[in-house]
Design a protein around this ligand. Sequence first.
Ligand code: URA
Length: 435
Amino acid sequence: MRAYDIILKKRKGNKLTKEEIAFFVNSYTKGGIPDYQASVLLMTIYFKGMDDEETANLTEAMMNSGDVYDLSSISGKKIDKHSTGGVGDKVSIILAPLVASAGVVVPMMSGRGLGHTGGTLDKLESIPGFRTNLTKDEFISNLKKINVAMIGQSELIAPADKKLYALRDVTGTIESIPLIASSIMSKKLAEGIDGLVLDVKTGNGAFMKKERDAVRLARVMSAIGKKMGKKVVALITDMEQPLGNTIGNSLEIKECIDVLKGRGPQDLINITLELGAYMLKLAKKVNNAAKGMDILKRHLFDGSAYQRFMEMVELQGGDVRAIDNPLLLPSARYTKELLSEGTGYISKMDTEAIGIASCMLGAGREKVEDKIDPAVGIVIDKKIGDKVKIGERLALLHYNAEDRLAEAYKKLQGAYLISSKRPKKRQLIRRIIMA
Ligand code: URA
């Protein structure tokens, strides 16, 4: 079998066999197919698509590219959550310890920044010393001790996703239902869970801009999960503006600490509680999501979730002093205000542009080997529906490199639409899809 023939077959719009897909995934993971051929195949899949059977075969091949963990030695249901990617989406970092503090085992495998969106691993690694590359034994031991561990794909678990994810990040091949579905589901199925809550984002900051595409993605992922005997619930949620007020790695960790201390923005709190409530329901801790919300609110506001987060940081090698005192987290040398040029209401935000502006400051990668700057990003002062006056601050850019500022500033400046009419309030949770 040759990668060249597989590329040509897909280019002609034909369906790939299970064997061809497995050959591509295994050879690429082991270094037998170069990045240029893998990039072309990804782009061809982006344009020509894959049917449900091909997507399921791609997922299975990626899952089997490394170990598939057996967590049966840990008692209780193991439930995870995954987001399809958003701007300012830091939910996992609050949610995992919160749900763990309520008695559910949360083995969470996350990703790095992808395109204009941030990644949980990059955010966590802005905590000095925090390790996301736990060994299997450490992962299981931490889950037994505190119900939660947060790791990334590695050479051992879902290595195909690790490589393909990094390649998609820099080749414009992210927004594809089969590629997103297989990326998410392969790592989730490899981590030994019983159930999964999916946060499928839709809107101008999501990979699925249209709600009907988000619903289709949710259905494809749910069907793959169901086929593998996992319980899946998908929430379709709004990404027409950043989640919370911060974008950028350590800035987002600071906001997570705020929420875990019972403060922080309401949209971030609400979505976290809602997703967590479905995790509790899948774990059979409650029989309806409303009861789950009540339990989680208690654990968030009585400090249990914060305590669990501290324990997780400590067990994963992070410096807990930086959680106690966020001034010890990386912070940028300079800031620059973005001021409003009009008076009225914020009626639209180009969320993807805001994510790109943060990447331009150094929070994301342009090439696979790029190092991100954990300190840079954007703090948003005004969001949709807020009233602003000319000269009032819309956002604050945090930056380290002078030569990165101008382009990012211009991008951010173009991301706000101000009009005289107050826009309709946005609904954060748009739909819930049960498999
Ligand atoms: N999250 C993932 O893990 N993979 C994607 O492709 C998109 C979001």
